[in-house]
Design a protein around this ligand. Structure first.
Ligand SMILES: [Zn+2]
Length: 448
Protein backbone atom coordinates (compact mmCIF):
# COMPACT_ATOMS: atom_id res chain seq x y z
CA UNK A 1 0.00 0.00 0.00
CA UNK A 2 1.42 3.35 -1.02
CA UNK A 3 0.84 6.76 0.56
CA UNK A 4 -2.11 8.77 -0.67
CA UNK A 5 -1.00 11.75 -2.77
CA UNK A 6 -1.57 15.20 -1.26
CA UNK A 7 -4.50 17.39 -2.32
CA UNK A 8 -2.44 19.91 -4.30
CA UNK A 9 -3.90 22.51 -6.69
CA UNK A 10 -4.09 21.36 -10.30
CA UNK A 11 -5.00 23.12 -13.54
CA UNK A 12 -6.50 20.86 -16.23
CA UNK A 13 -5.90 22.64 -19.51
CA UNK A 14 -8.21 22.59 -22.54
CA UNK A 15 -10.31 19.42 -22.10
CA UNK A 16 -13.73 18.91 -23.62
CA UNK A 17 -15.86 18.87 -20.49
CA UNK A 18 -19.06 16.84 -20.22
CA UNK A 19 -20.36 18.73 -17.20
CA UNK A 20 -23.45 16.57 -16.57
CA UNK A 21 -25.09 19.64 -15.07
CA UNK A 22 -28.88 19.95 -15.43
CA UNK A 23 -28.54 21.30 -18.99
CA UNK A 24 -25.95 18.58 -19.84
CA UNK A 25 -23.62 21.33 -21.12
CA UNK A 26 -20.48 20.33 -22.98
CA UNK A 27 -17.74 22.93 -23.21
CA UNK A 28 -14.05 23.23 -23.94
CA UNK A 29 -12.47 25.04 -21.01
CA UNK A 30 -9.75 24.97 -18.38
CA UNK A 31 -10.57 23.74 -14.91
CA UNK A 32 -8.77 24.62 -11.67
CA UNK A 33 -8.84 22.38 -8.60
CA UNK A 34 -8.04 23.92 -5.22
CA UNK A 35 -8.50 22.46 -1.73
CA UNK A 36 -10.08 19.35 -3.22
CA UNK A 37 -12.84 21.27 -5.00
CA UNK A 38 -13.58 22.66 -8.44
CA UNK A 39 -12.49 26.27 -7.92
CA UNK A 40 -12.77 27.69 -11.46
CA UNK A 41 -14.05 26.62 -14.89
CA UNK A 42 -13.39 28.46 -18.12
CA UNK A 43 -14.15 30.96 -19.45
CA UNK A 44 -15.10 29.13 -22.64
CA UNK A 45 -12.40 29.40 -25.31
CA UNK A 46 -9.95 31.43 -23.14
CA UNK A 47 -7.12 30.11 -20.99
CA UNK A 48 -7.10 30.42 -17.23
CA UNK A 49 -3.90 31.88 -15.86
CA UNK A 50 -2.14 29.21 -13.82
CA UNK A 51 -1.60 30.50 -10.27
CA UNK A 52 2.08 30.35 -9.27
CA UNK A 53 3.36 26.88 -8.50
CA UNK A 54 0.25 25.08 -9.74
CA UNK A 55 0.73 21.84 -11.65
CA UNK A 56 -0.72 21.97 -15.15
CA UNK A 57 -2.15 18.93 -16.94
CA UNK A 58 -2.45 19.35 -20.69
CA UNK A 59 -5.78 17.75 -21.66
CA UNK A 60 -6.46 19.23 -25.10
CA UNK A 61 -7.06 15.76 -26.52
CA UNK A 62 -9.11 14.51 -23.60
CA UNK A 63 -12.66 14.45 -22.38
CA UNK A 64 -13.10 15.47 -18.76
CA UNK A 65 -16.12 13.89 -17.06
CA UNK A 66 -17.39 13.66 -13.50
CA UNK A 67 -15.80 10.64 -11.86
CA UNK A 68 -17.97 7.60 -12.61
CA UNK A 69 -20.16 6.42 -9.74
CA UNK A 70 -21.24 2.81 -9.29
CA UNK A 71 -24.12 2.56 -6.86
CA UNK A 72 -24.01 -1.22 -6.49
CA UNK A 73 -20.83 -3.32 -6.12
CA UNK A 74 -19.48 -6.08 -3.85
CA UNK A 75 -15.76 -5.57 -3.26
CA UNK A 76 -15.77 -8.69 -1.08
CA UNK A 77 -16.54 -10.85 -4.15
CA UNK A 78 -13.79 -9.65 -6.47
CA UNK A 79 -11.49 -12.52 -5.52
CA UNK A 80 -14.16 -15.00 -6.78
CA UNK A 81 -14.18 -13.51 -10.29
CA UNK A 82 -14.66 -16.21 -12.95
CA UNK A 83 -15.51 -18.86 -10.31
CA UNK A 84 -19.31 -18.88 -10.66
CA UNK A 85 -20.31 -18.87 -14.32
CA UNK A 86 -23.39 -20.55 -15.77
CA UNK A 87 -25.77 -20.22 -12.83
CA UNK A 88 -28.99 -18.36 -12.02
CA UNK A 89 -29.21 -16.08 -8.99
CA UNK A 90 -30.38 -18.40 -6.19
CA UNK A 91 -28.04 -21.28 -7.16
CA UNK A 92 -25.23 -18.80 -7.81
CA UNK A 93 -25.64 -17.55 -4.23
CA UNK A 94 -26.09 -20.84 -2.42
CA UNK A 95 -23.61 -22.96 -4.40
CA UNK A 96 -20.78 -20.46 -4.87
CA UNK A 97 -21.05 -16.96 -3.45
CA UNK A 98 -22.19 -17.64 0.08
CA UNK A 99 -19.64 -20.44 0.67
CA UNK A 100 -16.90 -18.17 -0.72
CA UNK A 101 -17.98 -15.23 1.46
CA UNK A 102 -18.16 -17.49 4.51
CA UNK A 103 -14.61 -18.70 3.81
CA UNK A 104 -13.13 -15.19 3.82
CA UNK A 105 -10.68 -14.26 6.54
CA UNK A 106 -9.46 -10.72 7.16
CA UNK A 107 -6.54 -11.08 4.75
CA UNK A 108 -8.48 -12.49 1.79
CA UNK A 109 -11.25 -9.92 2.23
CA UNK A 110 -8.83 -7.03 2.31
CA UNK A 111 -7.06 -8.40 -0.77
CA UNK A 112 -10.38 -8.75 -2.60
CA UNK A 113 -11.33 -5.15 -1.80
CA UNK A 114 -7.95 -3.79 -2.92
CA UNK A 115 -8.05 -5.77 -6.17
CA UNK A 116 -11.52 -4.40 -6.91
CA UNK A 117 -10.60 -0.83 -6.03
CA UNK A 118 -7.55 -1.01 -8.32
CA UNK A 119 -9.77 -2.14 -11.21
CA UNK A 120 -12.37 0.53 -10.43
CA UNK A 121 -9.97 3.45 -10.19
CA UNK A 122 -8.00 2.46 -13.29
CA UNK A 123 -11.23 2.32 -15.30
CA UNK A 124 -12.49 5.72 -14.13
CA UNK A 125 -14.83 4.90 -11.24
CA UNK A 126 -14.31 7.33 -8.37
CA UNK A 127 -17.16 6.40 -6.01
CA UNK A 128 -19.01 3.22 -5.07
CA UNK A 129 -21.93 2.08 -2.99
CA UNK A 130 -20.69 -1.30 -1.77
CA UNK A 131 -22.07 -4.23 0.16
CA UNK A 132 -19.36 -5.93 2.23
CA UNK A 133 -19.83 -9.43 3.61
CA UNK A 134 -21.05 -10.43 7.06
CA UNK A 135 -17.66 -10.64 8.83
CA UNK A 136 -14.46 -8.52 8.81
CA UNK A 137 -16.27 -5.48 7.35
CA UNK A 138 -13.62 -3.05 8.56
CA UNK A 139 -11.05 -4.65 6.26
CA UNK A 140 -13.05 -3.33 3.31
CA UNK A 141 -13.44 0.10 4.90
CA UNK A 142 -9.70 0.26 5.60
CA UNK A 143 -8.88 -0.72 2.00
CA UNK A 144 -11.20 2.04 0.78
CA UNK A 145 -9.71 4.57 3.17
CA UNK A 146 -6.14 3.75 2.15
CA UNK A 147 -6.82 3.66 -1.60
CA UNK A 148 -8.39 7.13 -1.87
CA UNK A 149 -11.62 5.96 -3.56
CA UNK A 150 -14.91 7.52 -2.40
CA UNK A 151 -16.78 4.78 -0.58
CA UNK A 152 -20.21 4.24 0.86
CA UNK A 153 -21.08 0.82 2.18
CA UNK A 154 -21.15 -1.44 5.18
CA UNK A 155 -21.55 -4.82 6.77
CA UNK A 156 -23.91 -7.24 5.02
CA UNK A 157 -26.79 -8.18 7.32
CA UNK A 158 -28.18 -11.74 7.20
CA UNK A 159 -30.16 -13.32 10.05
CA UNK A 160 -32.08 -15.90 8.00
CA UNK A 161 -31.12 -18.71 5.63
CA UNK A 162 -27.56 -19.81 4.81
CA UNK A 163 -25.98 -21.10 8.03
CA UNK A 164 -22.40 -20.15 7.15
CA UNK A 165 -23.26 -16.45 7.16
CA UNK A 166 -26.40 -16.18 9.28
CA UNK A 167 -26.01 -14.15 12.48
CA UNK A 168 -28.11 -13.50 15.52
CA UNK A 169 -30.26 -10.42 14.82
CA UNK A 170 -29.38 -8.24 17.80
CA UNK A 171 -25.66 -9.00 17.59
CA UNK A 172 -25.54 -8.16 13.87
CA UNK A 173 -27.34 -4.88 14.52
CA UNK A 174 -25.02 -3.96 17.38
CA UNK A 175 -22.00 -4.63 15.19
CA UNK A 176 -23.25 -2.65 12.20
CA UNK A 177 -24.10 0.34 14.38
CA UNK A 178 -20.70 0.28 16.09
CA UNK A 179 -18.82 0.04 12.78
CA UNK A 180 -20.96 2.81 11.30
CA UNK A 181 -20.25 5.06 14.26
CA UNK A 182 -16.51 4.51 13.85
CA UNK A 183 -16.40 5.05 10.08
CA UNK A 184 -19.21 7.30 8.87
CA UNK A 185 -17.95 10.65 7.53
CA UNK A 186 -14.26 9.71 7.83
CA UNK A 187 -11.62 11.61 5.82
CA UNK A 188 -13.73 14.73 5.11
CA UNK A 189 -16.81 12.59 4.44
CA UNK A 190 -15.06 10.49 1.76
CA UNK A 191 -16.07 7.33 3.61
CA UNK A 192 -19.77 7.01 4.48
CA UNK A 193 -21.54 4.15 6.15
CA UNK A 194 -24.55 2.35 4.66
CA UNK A 195 -26.78 -0.31 6.20
CA UNK A 196 -26.72 -3.37 3.94
CA UNK A 197 -29.41 -5.97 4.63
CA UNK A 198 -28.72 -8.51 1.87
CA UNK A 199 -32.24 -9.06 0.52
CA UNK A 200 -35.68 -10.06 1.77
CA UNK A 201 -34.85 -13.78 1.73
CA UNK A 202 -31.85 -13.30 4.08
CA UNK A 203 -33.40 -10.96 6.63
CA UNK A 204 -36.18 -11.29 9.22
CA UNK A 205 -38.92 -8.71 9.68
CA UNK A 206 -37.46 -7.51 13.03
CA UNK A 207 -34.13 -6.93 11.26
CA UNK A 208 -35.77 -4.78 8.56
CA UNK A 209 -37.64 -2.78 11.19
CA UNK A 210 -34.43 -2.12 13.11
CA UNK A 211 -32.63 -1.12 9.90
CA UNK A 212 -35.44 1.31 9.12
CA UNK A 213 -35.14 2.91 12.57
CA UNK A 214 -31.34 3.03 12.54
CA UNK A 215 -31.30 4.62 9.09
CA UNK A 216 -33.74 7.29 10.26
CA UNK A 217 -31.73 7.92 13.44
CA UNK A 218 -28.29 8.15 11.83
CA UNK A 219 -29.19 9.28 8.30
CA UNK A 220 -27.36 6.28 6.82
CA UNK A 221 -28.34 4.83 3.45
CA UNK A 222 -30.06 1.46 3.19
CA UNK A 223 -28.44 -0.55 0.39
CA UNK A 224 -30.09 -3.81 -0.61
CA UNK A 225 -31.24 -5.99 -3.53
CA UNK A 226 -34.79 -6.24 -4.85
CA UNK A 227 -36.63 -7.97 -7.69
CA UNK A 228 -33.60 -9.33 -9.46
CA UNK A 229 -34.89 -12.76 -10.43
CA UNK A 230 -38.33 -14.31 -10.94
CA UNK A 231 -37.77 -17.16 -8.49
CA UNK A 232 -36.60 -14.68 -5.86
CA UNK A 233 -39.76 -12.59 -6.42
CA UNK A 234 -41.90 -15.72 -6.07
CA UNK A 235 -40.16 -16.70 -2.80
CA UNK A 236 -40.53 -13.18 -1.40
CA UNK A 237 -44.27 -13.26 -2.14
CA UNK A 238 -44.56 -16.62 -0.43
CA UNK A 239 -42.72 -15.48 2.69
CA UNK A 240 -43.90 -11.91 3.28
CA UNK A 241 -47.11 -12.05 1.23
CA UNK A 242 -46.14 -9.10 -0.96
CA UNK A 243 -43.73 -7.97 -3.67
CA UNK A 244 -40.25 -6.74 -2.64
CA UNK A 245 -40.72 -3.02 -3.06
CA UNK A 246 -44.35 -3.01 -1.95
CA UNK A 247 -43.28 -4.76 1.22
CA UNK A 248 -40.42 -2.31 1.88
CA UNK A 249 -42.92 0.51 1.60
CA UNK A 250 -45.44 -1.25 3.79
CA UNK A 251 -42.91 -1.40 6.63
CA UNK A 252 -41.87 2.22 6.15
CA UNK A 253 -38.48 1.72 4.47
CA UNK A 254 -39.30 3.72 1.33
CA UNK A 255 -37.31 6.97 1.31
CA UNK A 256 -34.58 8.72 -0.71
CA UNK A 257 -32.09 6.90 1.55
CA UNK A 258 -33.12 3.54 0.05
CA UNK A 259 -31.02 2.19 -2.87
CA UNK A 260 -32.41 -0.96 -4.50
CA UNK A 261 -30.11 -2.93 -6.77
CA UNK A 262 -31.75 -4.48 -9.88
CA UNK A 263 -35.52 -3.72 -9.91
CA UNK A 264 -35.89 -6.03 -12.92
CA UNK A 265 -39.33 -7.47 -12.18
CA UNK A 266 -41.31 -4.64 -10.57
CA UNK A 267 -45.09 -4.38 -10.78
CA UNK A 268 -46.65 -1.08 -11.88
CA UNK A 269 -47.67 -0.49 -8.27
CA UNK A 270 -44.09 -0.93 -7.08
CA UNK A 271 -42.84 1.52 -9.71
CA UNK A 272 -45.36 4.11 -8.50
CA UNK A 273 -44.33 3.54 -4.88
CA UNK A 274 -40.66 4.03 -5.73
CA UNK A 275 -41.37 7.24 -7.61
CA UNK A 276 -43.39 8.55 -4.67
CA UNK A 277 -40.84 7.68 -1.99
CA UNK A 278 -37.75 8.90 -3.84
CA UNK A 279 -35.95 5.55 -3.49
CA UNK A 280 -33.27 4.87 -6.13
CA UNK A 281 -33.11 1.90 -8.48
CA UNK A 282 -29.62 0.70 -9.37
CA UNK A 283 -29.48 -0.82 -12.84
CA UNK A 284 -26.90 -3.62 -13.19
CA UNK A 285 -27.29 -4.74 -16.82
CA UNK A 286 -24.11 -6.85 -17.08
CA UNK A 287 -24.93 -8.91 -14.02
CA UNK A 288 -28.63 -9.18 -14.94
CA UNK A 289 -27.72 -10.67 -18.33
CA UNK A 290 -25.01 -12.96 -17.00
CA UNK A 291 -27.28 -14.44 -14.30
CA UNK A 292 -30.08 -14.77 -16.89
CA UNK A 293 -32.30 -12.54 -14.75
CA UNK A 294 -33.72 -10.20 -17.40
CA UNK A 295 -33.20 -6.45 -17.34
CA UNK A 296 -34.82 -3.46 -15.72
CA UNK A 297 -37.26 -1.34 -17.78
CA UNK A 298 -35.06 1.73 -17.32
CA UNK A 299 -36.70 4.16 -19.78
CA UNK A 300 -40.04 3.56 -18.08
CA UNK A 301 -38.55 3.93 -14.59
CA UNK A 302 -36.95 7.24 -15.61
CA UNK A 303 -40.19 8.41 -17.17
CA UNK A 304 -42.00 7.72 -13.91
CA UNK A 305 -39.49 10.00 -12.16
CA UNK A 306 -37.49 7.26 -10.41
CA UNK A 307 -33.81 7.99 -9.92
CA UNK A 308 -31.89 5.23 -11.75
CA UNK A 309 -28.17 4.78 -11.06
CA UNK A 310 -25.74 2.21 -12.48
CA UNK A 311 -23.57 -0.53 -10.99
CA UNK A 312 -21.48 -3.50 -12.11
CA UNK A 313 -22.60 -5.59 -9.09
CA UNK A 314 -20.12 -8.41 -8.30
CA UNK A 315 -17.06 -9.56 -10.18
CA UNK A 316 -18.35 -13.19 -10.16
CA UNK A 317 -21.62 -12.22 -11.88
CA UNK A 318 -20.47 -9.70 -14.48
CA UNK A 319 -17.35 -10.49 -14.63
CA UNK A 320 -15.93 -6.99 -14.83
CA UNK A 321 -16.25 -3.80 -12.78
CA UNK A 322 -15.61 -1.59 -15.82
CA UNK A 323 -18.19 1.22 -15.71
CA UNK A 324 -17.70 2.13 -19.38
CA UNK A 325 -18.77 -1.35 -20.51
CA UNK A 326 -21.75 -1.13 -18.19
CA UNK A 327 -22.58 2.25 -19.67
CA UNK A 328 -22.61 0.95 -23.22
CA UNK A 329 -24.89 -1.89 -22.13
CA UNK A 330 -27.19 0.51 -20.29
CA UNK A 331 -27.41 2.71 -23.37
CA UNK A 332 -28.19 -0.09 -25.82
CA UNK A 333 -30.04 -2.83 -23.92
CA UNK A 334 -33.42 -1.01 -23.70
CA UNK A 335 -33.54 -0.06 -27.39
CA UNK A 336 -35.11 -3.23 -28.89
CA UNK A 337 -37.91 -3.03 -26.32
CA UNK A 338 -38.46 0.72 -25.92
CA UNK A 339 -37.29 2.12 -29.25
CA UNK A 340 -34.10 3.59 -30.71
CA UNK A 341 -34.49 6.96 -28.99
CA UNK A 342 -35.49 5.64 -25.59
CA UNK A 343 -32.04 5.95 -23.98
CA UNK A 344 -30.02 8.96 -25.15
CA UNK A 345 -26.27 8.69 -24.49
CA UNK A 346 -26.36 11.72 -22.20
CA UNK A 347 -28.99 10.05 -19.98
CA UNK A 348 -27.02 6.80 -19.85
CA UNK A 349 -24.00 8.81 -18.70
CA UNK A 350 -26.21 10.58 -16.16
CA UNK A 351 -26.98 7.21 -14.57
CA UNK A 352 -23.26 6.69 -13.94
CA UNK A 353 -22.66 10.25 -12.67
CA UNK A 354 -25.32 12.59 -11.28
CA UNK A 355 -27.97 9.89 -10.71
CA UNK A 356 -25.35 7.80 -8.91
CA UNK A 357 -24.55 10.81 -6.72
CA UNK A 358 -28.25 11.15 -5.93
CA UNK A 359 -28.48 7.47 -4.98
CA UNK A 360 -25.58 8.08 -2.58
CA UNK A 361 -27.33 11.18 -1.19
CA UNK A 362 -24.38 13.30 -2.34
CA UNK A 363 -25.68 15.13 -5.42
CA UNK A 364 -24.79 18.53 -3.94
CA UNK A 365 -21.13 17.44 -3.68
CA UNK A 366 -20.32 15.09 -6.57
CA UNK A 367 -21.76 13.72 -9.84
CA UNK A 368 -21.33 16.78 -12.07
CA UNK A 369 -18.64 19.29 -12.97
CA UNK A 370 -19.85 22.51 -11.38
CA UNK A 371 -18.17 25.22 -9.33
CA UNK A 372 -17.67 24.36 -5.69
CA UNK A 373 -18.27 20.64 -6.06
CA UNK A 374 -15.70 18.14 -4.86
CA UNK A 375 -13.05 17.38 -7.46
CA UNK A 376 -13.93 13.79 -8.41
CA UNK A 377 -12.94 13.69 -12.07
CA UNK A 378 -11.99 11.25 -14.83
CA UNK A 379 -9.97 12.10 -17.93
CA UNK A 380 -10.48 10.07 -21.09
CA UNK A 381 -7.99 10.04 -23.97
CA UNK A 382 -9.87 10.70 -27.22
CA UNK A 383 -7.01 9.95 -29.63
CA UNK A 384 -7.54 6.20 -30.15
CA UNK A 385 -8.61 4.90 -33.56
CA UNK A 386 -11.75 3.36 -32.04
CA UNK A 387 -12.94 6.88 -31.14
CA UNK A 388 -12.36 8.44 -34.57
CA UNK A 389 -14.01 10.29 -36.12
CA UNK A 390 -15.79 11.59 -33.02
CA UNK A 391 -19.58 11.77 -32.74
CA UNK A 392 -21.09 15.28 -32.96
CA UNK A 393 -22.21 14.68 -29.37
CA UNK A 394 -19.38 14.01 -26.86
CA UNK A 395 -21.73 11.94 -24.69
CA UNK A 396 -22.22 9.51 -27.58
CA UNK A 397 -18.48 9.13 -28.20
CA UNK A 398 -17.95 8.39 -24.52
CA UNK A 399 -20.87 5.99 -24.09
CA UNK A 400 -20.60 4.00 -27.34
CA UNK A 401 -16.85 4.08 -28.11
CA UNK A 402 -14.71 4.72 -25.03
CA UNK A 403 -12.97 1.87 -23.19
CA UNK A 404 -11.39 1.50 -19.78
CA UNK A 405 -7.95 1.67 -21.40
CA UNK A 406 -8.74 5.23 -22.56
CA UNK A 407 -8.89 6.43 -18.94
CA UNK A 408 -5.62 8.27 -18.27
CA UNK A 409 -6.16 10.24 -15.06
CA UNK A 410 -8.49 9.92 -12.11
CA UNK A 411 -8.90 12.46 -9.33
CA UNK A 412 -10.87 11.80 -6.16
CA UNK A 413 -11.46 14.51 -3.56
CA UNK A 414 -8.74 16.56 -5.26
CA UNK A 415 -6.18 13.74 -4.99
CA UNK A 416 -4.61 12.69 -8.28
CA UNK A 417 -4.86 8.90 -7.83
CA UNK A 418 -4.33 7.71 -11.42
CA UNK A 419 -1.70 9.58 -13.42
CA UNK A 420 -1.06 8.79 -17.03
CA UNK A 421 -2.69 5.34 -16.59
CA UNK A 422 -0.68 4.52 -13.45
CA UNK A 423 -2.43 3.98 -10.12
CA UNK A 424 -0.56 5.76 -7.35
CA UNK A 425 -2.20 4.43 -4.18
CA UNK A 426 -2.11 0.68 -4.92
CA UNK A 427 0.25 -1.65 -6.76
CA UNK A 428 -2.23 -2.91 -9.36
CA UNK A 429 0.12 -5.30 -11.17
CA UNK A 430 1.26 -6.93 -7.92
CA UNK A 431 -2.39 -7.41 -6.90
CA UNK A 432 -3.22 -9.06 -10.23
CA UNK A 433 -0.10 -11.22 -10.08
CA UNK A 434 -0.78 -12.56 -6.58
CA UNK A 435 -4.57 -12.99 -7.01
CA UNK A 436 -4.30 -16.70 -7.99
CA UNK A 437 -2.40 -17.53 -4.78
CA UNK A 438 -4.86 -15.55 -2.68
CA UNK A 439 -7.75 -17.36 -4.35
CA UNK A 440 -6.10 -20.76 -3.75
CA UNK A 441 -5.66 -19.84 -0.09
CA UNK A 442 -9.35 -18.96 0.12
CA UNK A 443 -10.43 -22.12 -1.72
CA UNK A 444 -8.61 -24.28 0.84
CA UNK A 445 -11.08 -22.96 3.45
CA UNK A 446 -14.19 -23.78 1.39
CA UNK A 447 -16.40 -26.53 2.80
CA UNK A 448 -15.79 -29.85 1.01
ZN1 LIG B 1 -25.46 -7.35 -5.69
Amino acid sequence: MNELPARGPLLIRGAQIATMNAARDVLRADLLIEDGRIARIGPRGRSLRAPRGVRVLDAQRHALIPGLIQAHVHLCQVLFRNQADGLELLDWLSERIWPFEAAHDARSLRFSARLGIAELLLSGTTAVLDMATVRHTEEVLRAAEESGIRYAGGKCLMDTGYAGLREETAAALRETEAIGDRWHSKDSDRIRYALCPRFVLSCSEPLWMAVRDLSAKRGWLVHTHASENKNEVREVRRIVGDDNVAWFHRIGLGSPRLALAHCVHLTAREERLMAKSGASAVHCPGANLKLASGFAPVPRLLERGINVALGADGAPCNNTLDALRELRLAATLPLPRFGPRSMPASEALAMATINGARALGQESEIGSIELGKKADLTLIDLTGPHLAPPAPDLHATLVYCARASDVTDVIVDGRHLVRDRKLISLNASALARTAPQELARLQRRLPR
